[in-house]
Design a protein around this ligand. Structure first.
Ligand code: ADP
Ligand code: MG
Length: 724
């Protein structure tokens, strides 16, 4: 089939597709959490004592003794088997953005050869996948391949349904034989502990006596694209790398802004309902969905949950979005930049910390006392962003996200924090040693007893800030759509822990010296904001003035690529941060630097090889076929004495030649093997390889605008973006 025929056939199939009939009429209360072995289900099936023990473990993280683990495992198995489950799997989160599973049957046979089912506390608690094939950044030699998974009771087990069966999934941590974290869950749990301890110190100094464990929360907004699989299947770049490596802009892009919050196409509605039905069964609180800015782009956001559970749920959501798309004849693209010139996708990570006794500590609250706690916690975040901006940049670094950050559409690659004008003013005043409130009738002296009364106006948002306060939480807007939320959550929790410890030290000294509480808080915050206020910025984060001012006057860093960002993980201050809080040992941190660098290089390498391949085997042939048609026509006409303008043929020939010259350069550049260091290696891919890929694309995309449409082998942007 020629290029054009397969494209026409794809369009025919899409136009004549029958809508998938899906019965989603079961009431929410019947399906909500039905596939989750929740605390409520445990209460029904466990003895009082066993239930008490597991509840304590779930709520406070206290460890579960072996006898009770056996009881819980038995109840879990019984529940799962009654629902048709035959397999169980430890699910864990290695240092990729993916999840990993190791499935085992409940089945064993007894001495008479009869099948019986077995599942003990020790099988529940510990698994032993061959760890050698997971990235470990040289923590383990491959000859010491042992890795362990261990049950994380704070994230509920659930049943995963596939077309041909159901599996009991057990969320786990994953560690090396030597006890080092090889996953994303261990540091997340540790970072929450560190934050809890430090927060507890501050709250105690503030005179709070009843302090429940502090937990971080997360609500992540997920953006994604849907492309019909009839098109995607003829785009090796979409299938292999998740983005288009070639593609001329469509005549109509997103300039009409007519997609955002527009009517959701019927077929996409059905898809979304299918996704949400599955999420509800898994107890994942999907809350909103809508069209996003770019054509073919959508968003789904759940209601927020405890960070650890939210992180697991986020991974499940990505898996379900992708899997369900297939059934509906779509491919779901989670890549940060599937289409050049069209908005990319992010994942806004909404984050806050709080507990059962003091509530949300990033909510200014209703009483002056809440206010002071709020000002301290919010101040701690400001200090964290200022001190550890490069770390925040490093944890959102990936080959995909490089296309967004700093590309004038997504948040800039400079980490600053947006507070909104009212709150910004409060901290400015604190810098001068006073505390004012910002009620709408103008400013007035707070007199240290009144309430900060912020308008929580969602209009007062700064969409150009990478890190914004939004009334009762922070929104880390620069996270990439394909990324795990764990890295960003770990960084935020840990920097907060560090800042809260700093505050506690200073506050303690003030109080010991006899300073009255409110004055002590202001003194501490004054110091904090004088040192770290440079990170606060309320203007246009896309503007070139900011880029200049941030670096020159504010001392902030502009970090455009992953290659520039990852070395932050090697900095002494970052090592000290993670070591002092107990979140990552220097060995664990170093391994992460290695793994993420390697992933970055590999991602670009795969793309680059595909650029060479597609340019050579599909784009160049289309160009030469067109050239031969043109020359045949021209010589035929010539015989009849008719002159043909040959400028098109000249353009095709020269662009095709230049493209192949660029392909040659790229192929040769890919052969380089000797690099002085990891840093050297990532820089080479960021600067040399990426540049050469762009060069090939430039000529290929020009060819697309010249070569006859019917000869063009790849589905075009307007087809992929607009035909649903
Ligand atoms: P927008 O697109 O305007 O930013 P959305 O309603 O799409 O807002 O998403 C806001 C997200 O923030 C939701 O997931 C919501 O549950 C979450 N959220 C709200 N309060 C908190 C909080 N205290 N901590 C963490 N996330 C929160
Ligand atoms: Mg948002």
């Amino acid at each position: 089939m020629s290029g054009n025929e397969s494209r026409l056939q794809a369009i025919y199939q899409i136009t004549n597709r029958e809508t998938l009939e899906i019965d989603k009429t079961e009431p929410l209360n019947e399906i909500w959490g039905c596939d989750v072995f929740s605390l409520a289900k445990m209460e029904d099936s466990l003895s009082k004592n066993a239930y008490k023990a597991i509840r304590k473990t779930v709520q406070t993280g206290e460890s579960l003794d072996a006898a009770n683990a056996d009881i819980v495992a038995a109840a879990m198995k019984e529940w799962a088997v009654s629902k048709g489950v035959k397999f169980y799997s430890h699910i864990f989160y290695p240092l990729t953005h993916a999840t990993a599973e190791k499935h085992d049957g409940f089945i064993i046979t007894n001495s008479e050869g009869h099948a019986i089912t077995e599942f003990t506390g020790s099988l529940l608690i510990k698994g032993e996948p061959d760890g050698s094939s997971f990235p470990n950044g040289s923590i383990r030699m491959t000859n010491a391949a042992r890795g362990y998974t261990a049950w994380d009771p704070t994230s509920p087990v659930y049943i995963q349904h596939t077309d041909n069966g159901a599996t009991l999934m057990i969320p786990c941590v994953f560690m090396s034989w030597t006890g080092e974290a090889l996953d994303k869950k261990i540091p997340l749990l540790r970072s929450n502990n560190a934050m809890n301890k430090a927060g507890n110190r501050v709250l105690s100094l503030m005179g709070e006596t009843d302090i429940a464990p502090l937990n971080s929360s997360c609500g992540a907004e997920q953006e994604y694209f849907l492309v019909d699989s009839n098109f995607a299947n003829s785009r090796p770049d979409l299938l292999l790398t998740g983005r288009t490596l070639f593609g001329a802009p469509s005549a109509k892009g997103q300039e009409f802004d007519d997609h955002y919050f527009g009517v959701i196409p019927a077929r996409v509605q059905v898809y979304m309902q299918d996704v949400e039905d599955q999420l509800y069964r898994l107890g994942i609180p999907a809350k909103t969905h809508h069209n996003e800015v770019a054509p073919g782009q959508f968003e789904i956001a759940p209601y927020y949950e405890a960070a650890n559970v939210a992180a697991d749920h986020q991974q499940m959501m990505m898996t379900i979005l992708k899997g369900t798309a297939k059934r509906h004849g779509f491919i779901c693209l989670l890549h940060e930049k599937p289409f050049a010139g069209i908005n990319g996708s992010g994942k806004h990570v909404n984050w806050s910390v709080g507990n059962a006794t003091q509530g949300n500590l990033l909510d200014p609250g209703q009483t002056p006392h809440d206010n002071l706690n709020f000002l301290l916690f919010c101040g701690a975040v400001i200090r964290g962003v200022h001190k550890f901006g490069p770390l925040l940049r490093a944890v959102i670094a990936s080959a995909g996200n490089d296309h967004r950050l700093g590309a004038n559409e997504a948040p800039p690659a400079i980490l600053s924090v947006y507070l909104g004008s009212q709150l910004e003013k409060v901290y400015e005043d604190i810098k001068e040693g006073k505390l004012t409130s910002s009620k709408s009738g103008g400013e007035m002296d707070l007199g240290l007893s009144q309430i900060l009364n912020f308008e929580r106006d969602p209009g007062d948002r700064n969409r150009t800030s990478p890190f914004a306060f939004t009334g009762n939480r922070f929104e880390f807007r620069a996270v990439g759509s394909a990324q795990s939320v764990s890295g960003p959550l770990v960084a935020m929790n840990t920097m907060l822990a560090d800042s809260l410890n700093w505050i506690a030290d200073k506050l303690e000294a003030e109080l010991d010296a006899g300073t009255e509480q409110t004055a002590a808080v202001i003194n501490v915050l004054q110091k904090l904001i004088k040192k770290n206020g440079n990170a606060v910025f309320g203007g246009d984060g896309y503007s070139s003035e900011w880029h200049e001012m941030a670096v020159k006057d504010r001392g902030l860093k502009n970090i455009p690529t992953t290659a520039d960002a990852l070395p932050a993980l090697e900095e002494e201050s970052v090592k000290a941060l993670f070591e002092s809080t107990g979140v990552l040992t220097p060995v664990e941190l170093a391994s992460r630097y290695e793994v993420y660098s390697e992933q970055y290089i590999l991602s670009i390498e795969v793309e680059a090889k595909l650029v060479v391949d597609m340019a050579t085997t599909s784009i160049y042939p289309a160009a030469t076929r067109y050239l031969s048609e043109l020359t045949m026509t021209s010589s035929g006409l010539g015989e009849m004495g008719i002159e043909m303008d040959n400028s098109v043929a000249k353009t095709v020939a020269s662009e095709a030649n230049m493209m192949m010259a660029a392909v040659k350069n790229l192929s040769e550049a890919l052969e380089k093997e000797d690099f002085a260091s990891t840093d050297d290696h990532t820089q080479y891919f960021a600067n040399v390889i990426r540049g050469l890929m762009d060069e090939v694309r430039l000529h290929a995309d020009t060819l697309e605008t010249v070569v006859a449409d019917e000869l063009w082998p790849l589905p075009k942007y307007h087809e992929m973006l607009f035909i649903k």
